[in-house]
Design a protein around this ligand. Structure first.
Ligand SMILES: Cc1cc2nc3c(=O)[nH]c(=O)nc-3n(C[C@H](O)[C@H](O)[C@H](O)COP(=O)(O)OP(=O)(O)OC[C@H]3O[C@@H](n4cnc5c(N)ncnc54)[C@H](O)[C@@H]3O)c2cc1C
Length: 407
């Protein structure tokens, strides 16, 4: 949608008659906008840089992001009548707190610019010919459209019921592109194994925790400190979703990769030890429930076979040390990720090195452009994935119009 808008605006300004057509296989376009941010749509983040992304090289990602930054996203939506507000986390949402405001504004703008929206029109395959592209409709072998330029904006594989089921990778390959060896769910909840069943029994508990990925040899790989939610199957919430990308990626190469929780966020073990030692007559439960939910404290004590009502001074050293270790370094038994159906984004895709980053143009196929999640770029929780979609869409759309006008 962003790409079509950027292209159509430029063509209109130049009074060019070329038609911009938006094909979508879904019955309702923009499904992900509506579900995003719990129905509020986290449109972008107040500060966006390449370090919030994984996949292709930071240089390639930066090159695109600086051509359409978060301020431009804010201005773009403001121009469509959608004001954004910044929340404490730095995330930007529409002031209406409704994702429909964002989608409606995009659809209105597409209509104003006379972009032909064709849906549901599922693409089965694409072919390149001397005169351009033929785009064939699914279920109708004779039904095809012709286009001078083609943009693949099919998304990745996350939440496939919205229409993005990975078929775009097939189109990219047909047209000469490669796709990374690994394409896997990112920002995905984690299903825990039998060894961490006690954590799943804490379903509903949310804490600000530090989640760390460590190699089998004990090397620190990645960590995130953010809200984490215990659920009936395992771990969710922003911290767990962010870390999932790095944990599952690392574990594919190194099966001994560990996920470690510090239930007290950034608090160091020595500090926790000192606190426990200074409890005196106060019970362990009484002391710890000031910083953690009571159910969690009881579960942690149970794991260490400590009576939570026992006074701090009665804790023997080995028990205290065991509790400190569990509080700050619980090693989690992660069974698997929850799959694309529950993932927010796809890791892997078409490598950025196969595109010219100044305009998102394919280096492999003439007049082909790729934008959004189909590319090997995935961002953290916080509006970064939409920013990637807006930025790549805007850059490509503007460049296509320029190319058409130059013909
Ligand atoms: C539950 C959930 C919540 C999210 N929340 C946020 C958030 O708050 N903030 C944020 O930044 N990101 C969020 N994301 C991620 C964000 O939605 C995506 O990264 C972004 O939508 C990607 O944009 P895209 O245009 O590349 O792909 P998509 O939004 O996936 O759109 C691809 C479109 O292509 C169509 N399509 C695919 N194949 C075909 C075909 N063969 N023929 C015709 N049409 C086809 C699909 O129907 C779809 O409409 C969330 C994702 C999910 C799943």
């Amino acid at each position: 949608m962003m790409c079509a808008i950027a292209c159509a605006r430029r063509l209109r300004e130049a009074k060019n008659q070329s038609e911009v057509v938006l094909l979508d296989g879904a019955k309702k376009p923009g499904a992900k906008i509506l579900v995003a941010g719990g129905g509020r749509c986290n449109v972008t983040h107040y500060t966006v840089d390449e370090h919030q992304y994984a996949g292709s090289t930071p240089g390639a990602i930066r090159s695109v992001l600086r051509r359409f930054d978060a301020d431009q996203t804010v201005d773009f939506f403001s121009g469509l009548g959608v004001e954004l507000k910044r929340e404490g986390t730095g995330k930007l949402f529409p002031v209406t707190d409704s994702a429909a405001t964002v989608l409606d504004a995009l659809l209105r703008e597409l209509d104003r610019l006379h972009v032909r929206r064709v849906f549901p029109w599922r693409v089965a395959r694409v072919e390149q010919h001397e005169s351009g592209f033929r785009i064939f409709q699914s279920g109708d072998p004779d039904g095809f459209m012709q286009a001078q330029h083609l943009v693949l904006a099919t998304g990745g594989m996350a939440l496939p019921r919205t229409g993005s089921d990975g078929v775009g990778y097939k189109f990219a390959r047909t047209l000469g592109h490669s796709v990374t060896d690994r394409v896997f769910p990112s920002l995905v909840p984690m299903v825990l194994g039998e060894g961490s069943r006690w954590i799943t029994e804490l379903s509903g508990i949310a804490v600000r925790a530090r989640l760390q990925v460590q190699s089998a040899t004990g090397k620190h790989l990645h960590s995130f400190t953010n809200d984490m939610l215990c659920t009936h199957f395992g771990l969710s919430g922003p911290g767990a979703l962010d870390v999932s990308r790095y944990f599952f990626d690392a574990r594919t190469d190194d099966p001994g990769t560990q996920l470690i929780i510090n239930w007290l966020g950034e608090t160091e073990p020595t500090e926790v030890d000192t606190t426990l030692q200074s409890l005196g007559k106060k019970s362990v439960l009484g002391g710890l429930r000031e910083v953690l939910p009571e159910r969690l404290v009881r579960a942690l004590c149970a794991q260490c076979a400590i009576d939570p009502s026992s006074p701090g001074h009665a804790l023997i050293r080995s028990d205290r040390q065991q509790l400190v270790t569990l509080l700050t370094s619980t090693v989690v038994d992660v069974d698997r990720d929850r799959g694309f159906t529950h993932a927010e984004v796809t890791a892997g895709g078409v490598p950025m090195k196969e595109l010219t980053t100044k305009d998102m143009r394919s280096k492999k196929c003439q007049n082909l452009w790729l934008v959004g999640e189909i590319l090997d770029v995935d961002g953290r929780i916080g509006g970064f994935n939409f920013q990637w979609a807006w930025a790549t869409g805007y850059v490509a759309g503007s460049a296509i119009a320029k190319a058409i006008l130059a013909d």
